[in-house]
Design a protein around this ligand. Sequence first.
Ligand code: ADP
Length: 303
Amino acid sequence: MDTPDSSLVLHARDLRRSYGGRVAVDGVSIELRKGEVLGFLGPNGAGKSTTMRMLTGNLLPDSGTVSLCGVDLFEKPLRAKEGLGYLPEIPPLYRDMSVDDYLKFAMKLHRARTDALAETKARCGLADVGKRLIGSLSKGYQQRVGIAQAIIHDPDVIILDEPTAGLDPNQIREVRTLIRELGDRHGVILSTHILSEVEGVCDRVQILHRGRQVYCGEVGGGQQPIEAGFNNPPSVDELAGIEGMASVEALSPNLFRLHPVKGLDPTESVVRLASERNWKLQRISPARNSLETIFAELTREAS
Ligand code: ADP
């Protein structure tokens, strides 16, 4: 029997969902651990919100399962949701309520600890605005209130759907810092169509395209690849034999993507050998990383 993985706070398997015969989500699986921020990235229409709604029990999948801290979301929804905080794309805020009254209401709803109000306000930078009406706050502060209602019961899993949409650059920076801090204590899923958001905030990313998962990997994990072009190109084996080179891809007969060994930079060796062996170096520069390349290809196709 498998040993249960206690750090696994959310496990979704093979989620599928159609709307009137049109497939929106087609076999998506997600694993989330405590202490990580997972970016869920994809162009508009990729199926992110549909997936988020299934992960939070707001939409039934056609097939597939979701468990939160080992509890099946569709069999025991109330118990499973005790460990879940959710900020939908449109935050569920009451503009005519004060921040304190609204958060007290959220505390009752989630059966939070009685001392949760002050701590949550402090974590979200809301300590000075408790008496203010939500409708009178800036969008950035309103978003903090949205995040506060999602974390007030100290859930293991926090799901944030496009949390920086519609904010100005300063507000975006503040909200991203807050999300990063949440990632130290909770498991966080952040859906977004902005690549830099994933790079700035997330530990791991899953890219969705037309309902399918097309990429899953660590953010900033590997070494930055290098692209090198030659008029009199060497063989792949010759390049791969250079000290500090992990692998080499031929992009065309004259152009190569070089993957360095972690911590090493073979650029100087390539330049020196090119001159010694008359490879006629045209250019050598850092390549775009694979995440950027994949996402650029996806978004180009989708637009
Ligand atoms: P994203 O959040 O990545 O922008 P969505 O999950 O909102 O993507 O949408 C995925 C696909 O499902 C899109 O083609 C969208 O038009 C379709 N869709 C989403 N919600 C509905 C709905 N309620 N009824 C019909 N089609 C929908």
